[in-house]
Write a protein that binds this ligand. Sequence first.
Ligand SMILES: C[S@@+](CC[C@H](N)C(=O)[O-])C[C@H]1O[C@@H](n2cnc3c(N)ncnc32)[C@H](O)[C@@H]1O
Length: 284
Amino acid sequence: MRIDQVLRSATATLSGAGVASPAVDAELLLAHASGRELGDLRRARILGEELPEETRTAYLELVERRRRRVPLQHLTGSAHFGGVDLHVGPGVFVPRPETEVLVGLALRALDGREGPTVVDLCTGSGAIALAVARARPDARVGAVELSEEAHAYASRNVEAAGSGVELRLGRAQDAFGDWLGQVDVVTSNPPYIPPDAVPIDVEVREHDPSLALYGGGEDGLTVPVEVAARAAELLRPGGVLLMEHADVQGEALPALLAAQGAWREVEDHRDLAGLPRVTRAVRA
Ligand SMILES: C[S@@+](CC[C@H](N)C(=O)[O-])C[C@H]1O[C@@H](n2cnc3c(N)ncnc32)[C@H](O)[C@@H]1O
């Protein structure tokens, strides 16, 4: 069967299953199954190339799993974030494009600071820490993760990147006790979903670990507020906290941070879709 026919059929299958971007997913899965670059695959499609039967069989298995809403990144085993290719899979949160807004704000906060120290609390796959380390090779970057499974992914990613990120296993709330008052920027995309806001997307609801999703308390902000309190202990005066939150928490999180009494210039930033997404606060 020709590549074009195979892709059309897979796209229709995924579209019928409610996959958000069926054509893109169909292409990326075929690139993965055939071990080819996307550009190469597109050329082959235009030229009317046939797909070897063996590749087609492997591909159809992947399409069937994607039809059952297994996340694309679990099937390919990788996610691209902030210029870094990360190994991901079951047991770790798949990094989201909207979190790159937080990375951009962190890099801006690092402007003019030489050899800065950065800590990423609740690091998951290590996405934010590795994106910052890639952009600022002069930085000392630390990262902490509570889940052993997620930590194992982060450990592999840190090693693959050769970034020198200092990765630790444990609670963000008491992490890096030996770096107190020394940190220039704290980044965090903690769990923040309220208990009654169970995600609609099957990929998120059934495949992202619940430890990565639910922030505790009625508003989902128990863990974020505790993490912010630790950030206040880690940061030097003038240091900056950048914390992601749900779009409905753009007023609640800044208010809770302001109430901690450790911060000045508490402000909220929107993501590329125009939704409230990241709170920025400066250590008083
Ligand atoms: C929303 S995910 C974000 C992961 C990563 N920062 C990213 O943006 O892709 C939150 C992460 O926090 C971890 N986590 C939850 N509670 C934690 C805690 N108390 N201390 C450290 N990590 C925690 C979860 O296991 C999960 O990996």
